[in-house]
Design a protein around this ligand. Structure first.
Ligand code: SF4
Ligand code: SF4
Ligand code: SF4
Length: 234
């Protein structure tokens, strides 16, 4: 899988550039998903740099329209009737991105953070496969995406609890199978939520150095935004 380069900023942002970009965005650009790669930063470079790639949200642009949910679901969980695919938006309940709505009005899209310490994987009680080393939920070593193995999963829900307690809490149990759902696939590299957001609130950015805003829970993000946007002391 190669991430669609048109979705990426041309060169990685340094920490200083990232902070100044946050300031330009009203301080509301928060990272919701990340993974790291070692890359050569440019033609002729010999020294590799560690690059972090994130889906970022600009909350000053997000209207809570939920287009991302419908588009994500259509791509990753297409609906079929009598074996024939149905064109158009998918079922938002099966989307891998979930838009939390808060009062006062704050919308917080959340997606798997592709955590480097994988609380979900660590919580899985299924033994590691002797060949692959995988439990019933495992992480891709290149892109950090999380996958569930339906043949080995016992639907215990431990991974969902671990995600809620140790990370962004995006995982949920499927209403019919109880297996984990809402793991971001990165859409085979062409991030559908990023390219189809009508308000350009989502972007894929490359940043040198890990970021403090990575893996913040939707509740904490909403609290920060409410404090910033609304004067609740009156
Ligand atoms: S990158 Fe794809 S799978 Fe991940 S949240 Fe966006 S649309 Fe869904
Ligand atoms: S629900 Fe499945 S993947 Fe999740 S912890 Fe239980 S066995 Fe592992
Ligand atoms: S599913 Fe949750 S715990 Fe697992 S990598 Fe994604 S955000 Fe982290």
């Amino acid at each position: 899988m190669n991430l669609n380069p048109s979705a990426l900023n041309e060169k990685p942002l340094s920490r200083r550039e990232f902070i100044s970009r946050m300031a330009l965005g009203g301080g509301a650009l928060v990272l919701i998903s990340g993974c790291s790669h070692w890359v050569l930063p440019g033609p002729g470079s010999k020294q590799r740099e560690k690059i972090y790639e994130y889906i970022a949200v600009d909350y000053t642009k997000c209207t809570g329209c939920r287009t991302c949910e419908a588009i994500c679901s259509a791509f990753n969980n297409p609906i079929s009737v009598d074996g024939r695919m149905v064109a158009g938006p998918g079922n938002p309940a099966l989307s891998n991105i979930f838009v939390h709505s808060f009062n006062p009005d704050v919308s917080v899209p959340a997606v798997c953070a592709r955590c480097t310490d994988t609380p979900c994987v660590n919580a899985c009680p299924v033994d590691q496969d002797p060949t692959t080393g995988y439990r019933a939920i495992f992480q891709d070593t290149n892109y950090g995406t999380i996958t569930n193995d339906p043949d080995r999963c016992i639907s215990c829900g431990n991974c969902v609890d671990a995600c809620r307690e140790g990370s962004v809490g995006i995982l949920a149990q499927h209403p019919e199978t109880d297996r984990p759902m809402r793991m971001c696939t990165l859409c085979d590299g062409d991030l559908q939520c990023v390219s189809n957001c009508p308000y350009e609130a989502l972007s894929l950015i490359r940043v040198i150095d890990d970021q403090p805003y990575y893996r913040m829970s939707p509740d904490k993000i909403a609290k920060k935004l409410s404090d910033r946007w609304y004067d609740l002391s009156a």
